[in-house]
Design a protein around this ligand. Sequence first.
Ligand code: AMP
Length: 401
Amino acid sequence: MSTVLVVNSGSSSLKYQLVEMTTESVLANGLIERIGDGGSAGSSKHTVTVDGQSPESFSSESPIADHAEAFRVMIDAFEKHGPSMKNDPPIAIGHRVVHGGKRFFGPTVVTDLVKINIEDLSELAPLHNPANLEGINAAQQAFPSIPQVAVFDTAFHSTLSPAAYSYAIDADLADKYRVRRYGFHGTSHKYVSGAAAEFLGQPVEELKIIVLHLGNGASACAVAGGKSIDTSMGLTPLEGLVMGTRSGDIDPAVLIHLHRKANLGFDELDELLNRKSGLLGLSGRGDMRDVVSAANDGDEAARVALDVYLHRIKHYVGAYMAELGGVDAIVFTAGVGENSDVVRAGALAGLEGLGISVDAELNSVRGGGARRISPEGSPVAVLVVPTNEELEIARQCLTVI
Ligand code: AMP
């Protein structure tokens, strides 16, 4: 059996998935939360799913001090509930790493030098890269002879042109402090654009695709011939679309104005834009389900929040159609994109003149795999394609080991 273990390590969490690569099926997956939450007894929670089943008896709660211990707990769970990693170890361990800066443009086998570089890039992703590195170190400790592969969220966007990635500010200052647009969600955009091409039965190299990854974080990506040519997130995942708690695009002078007039410091502004803005800031609700249901109940702030969210998506669809010189497919993915017919219909409403329309009946079908929601014969295919970042990471591992 050829398996790849995919690891997504957060500051206090470890998410993992064991993928069998011949059939690309998930054998087991799990989530360990509240790592290092030293306080109350039994604070860390471990949820385990094997063969799609997650009985209560597979879950456990016990204090877990750090990622190294979390790895031991994960390996114990594999021994108890299967499949045994000791008898049948994975051929590679793939790690999601958020920021690869300008240095990493594809999956990379982890060496000491690669780790130094990931650490050096922490100043651009202080909440993510150090946690990703902890996961890599813990995996190396647990499985010293298995290749570890870093798969970067930014890598798919390394094909952006200087016109798309440069901010129009002092060039020397930008260079010195590595200020440019990097883009994120790259693993998802790559997977979804590839899966959309497969669904359409056409080579991705021949298609112009706009991917709308609408999850808790949200970004749009213009994909030409399988390559990212523009994306809405920038130096950080704050730029672009409106998100659950993030503002997305904003006039930078708003910050200066609020600093001067409302006396907000840098940390407060950071908190404001990353955690108290977006749908939450506009309506007091950060979850799209709550926003839609409140808007339906006549809540004016929720209606405005939804309208701003949809307006921004439409703005990017238009911009990317211009950059691509047309579009063959527009693809919705992630939590909101896969589940909200209201958002899908609203974001593309009124674009019939551009060959884009959504069929109300097809759009209302819930669940399932990749599907088309534009009417038969419509010039632009509008699709819903569930994302699968773990599978994409596992596939990319195989290309470098
Ligand atoms: P993700 O980051 O891809 O896991 O997406 C999480 C987000 O998906 C949550 O913040 C929810 O707001 C959103 N979501 C999940 N189900 C629905 C739904 N049925 N309608 C609207 N939004 C949803």
